[in-house]
Design a protein around this ligand. Structure first.
Ligand SMILES: Nc1ncnc2c1ncn2[C@@H]1O[C@H](COP(=O)(O)OP(=O)(O)OP(=O)(O)O)[C@@H](O)[C@H]1O
Ligand SMILES: [Mg+2]
Length: 287
C-alpha cells in the first residue's frame, strides 16, 4: 500500500493511503446512493480527490453526478477486463466540477453491469474490481455505490474495499437487514476480503420528533454499540432537491442543506481517519 504524507496545523504530520469504502445495504431505497453523494459532496468541498464507482445497474449515482460521457467505458467494462487502459477510459469527471478531472471523478454505472451479478462468482471474478481500482491513481478516497442486495456486484465492491458502510433507516425491517449485512460482511472478510472492516452503520432519513425513530436508534445502539455512526442523517427535502438538480448538497442553499452538509462532513472525517495514521516522530540528533 502506498502512503502519502501530509502536515496539518496543530495535528503534526500524518500518513494516509487511499481509502476505498463500499456503501451497501441488503434493502432497497434506504439511502445508499444519497450517502455516497453526500460524502462526495463533502469531499469536493474539502478538496479531497475522490472517485465514485457506480456498481448499481440502476446507475442513480451516475445521473446525480451529472456525468455526460456516452463514449467512455462503464463499470461493466472494467469488470470484464480490469486492465489499466480500460480503467483509464472509464474514469470521467463529474459535472459537479465543470468537467475538471481529478477532483471528483466517476466510473459510470449502466444496465450492462447486471450481467456481472451472477449467483456463483469465482474468486477471480470477485477480485476484478479491486485489481482495476489498484490501477486508478491519484485519489485519496474511492466511494463504491452498491446495488440493494448481497450479490456478486456488492461482494466485488466489498472485496475491493478497506471499509464497509451499512446504511439503514430507523425502522424495524431495516434494523434487522443491517444486522444481516454486518454478518455477511464478516463472512466475506473471512473468505475473500481479509482487509475489509465495517466502518459502521449510518442511520438515514432520521426524524428526531418521531418516537419510533428514537426507539429504533436506541435499539441500533444496543445492538451495534460504537458501530452506529453519528450523527444520523436527517430526512430533509433539500436532499432530494439537490439530487434532482444534479448538484452537491454543499452548494444547495438554506439551513436544511447546511444541516445535511454538516452530517456528511462528520461522516467524511470518520472515513478519512480510517485511512490515516500519525507519522512516526523523527528523532532529532542532539549534540
Ligand atoms: N435523508 C434523506 N432525506 C430526504 N430524502 C432522502 C434522504 N435519503 C434518501 N432520500 C430519498 O429517498 C430515495 C431513495 O434514496 P437512495 O436512492 O439514496 O436509496 P438507495 O438505497 O440508494 O436506493 P436503491 O436501493 O434503489 O439503490 C431518493 O429519492 C432519495 O432522494
Ligand atoms: Mg442506490
Amino acid at each position: 500500500m502506498r502512503w502519502g504524507r501530509t502536515r496539518t496545523a496543530g495535528a503534526g504530520e500524518y500518513l494516509w493511503h487511499v481509502i476505498v469504502v463500499s456503501v451497501c445495504s441488503l434493502k432497497g431505497g434506504v439511502g445508499k446512493t444519497s450517502v455516497v453523494l453526500g460524502l462526495a459532496s463533502a469531499a469536493l468541498a474539502k478538496g479531497v480527490p475522490t472517485l465514485v464507482v457506480d456498481l448499481d445497474p440502476q446507475a442513480d449515482a451516475t445521473m446525480a453526478l451529472a456525468v455526460d460521457e456516452p463514449d467512455a467505458n462503464v463499470v461493466a467494462d472494467i469488470l470484464s477486463n480490469p486492465r489499466r487502459k480500460t480503467i483509464r477510459n472509464a474514469i470521467v469527471p463529474s459535472g459537479w466540477t465543470d468537467g475538471e478531472p481529478g477532483q471528483l471523478d466517476v466510473v459510470q454505472g449502466s444496465q450492462a453491469s447486471a450481467v456481472h451479478d451472477a449467483p456463483r462468482p469465482t474468486d477471480r471474478a470477485l477480485a476484478r474490481l479491486g485489481q482495476a481500482l489498484d490501477r486508478a491513481e491519484g485519489y485519496r478516497l474511492v466511494l463504491v455505490d452498491c446495488p440493494p442486495s448481497f450479490g456478486t456486484l456488492t461482494r466485488s465492491g466489498l472485496v475491493a474495499s478497506h471499509r464497509a458502510m451499512v446504511v439503514t433507516e430507523p425502522a424495524l425491517f431495516s434494523v434487522t437487514a443491517a444486522d444481516r449485512a454486518l454478518r455477511a460482511i464478516d463472512a466475506l472478510r473471512r473468505s475473500n476480503a481479509p482487509q475489509l472492516q465495517p466502518l459502521g452503520v449510518v442511520v438515514n432519513r432520521y426524524r428526531d420528533r418521531s418516537p419510533e425513530h428514537r426507539y429504533r436508534v436506541n435499539e441500533l445502539s444496543e445492538m451495534f454499540g460504537p458501530l452506529v455512526l453519528t450523527p444520523a442523517v436527517p430526512e430533509r427535502s433539500a436532499l432530494q432537491q439537490a439530487q434532482g438538480a444534479s448538484m452537491p448538497v454543499h452548494r444547495w442553499p438554506g439551513p436544511a442543506a447546511e444541516e445535511l452538509g454538516g452530517a456528511f462532513d462528520a461522516h467524511l472525517a470518520r472515513v478519512l481517519r480510517a485511512g490515516t495514521r500519525p507519522a512516526a516522530r523523527r528523532t532529532v540528533a542532539r549534540g
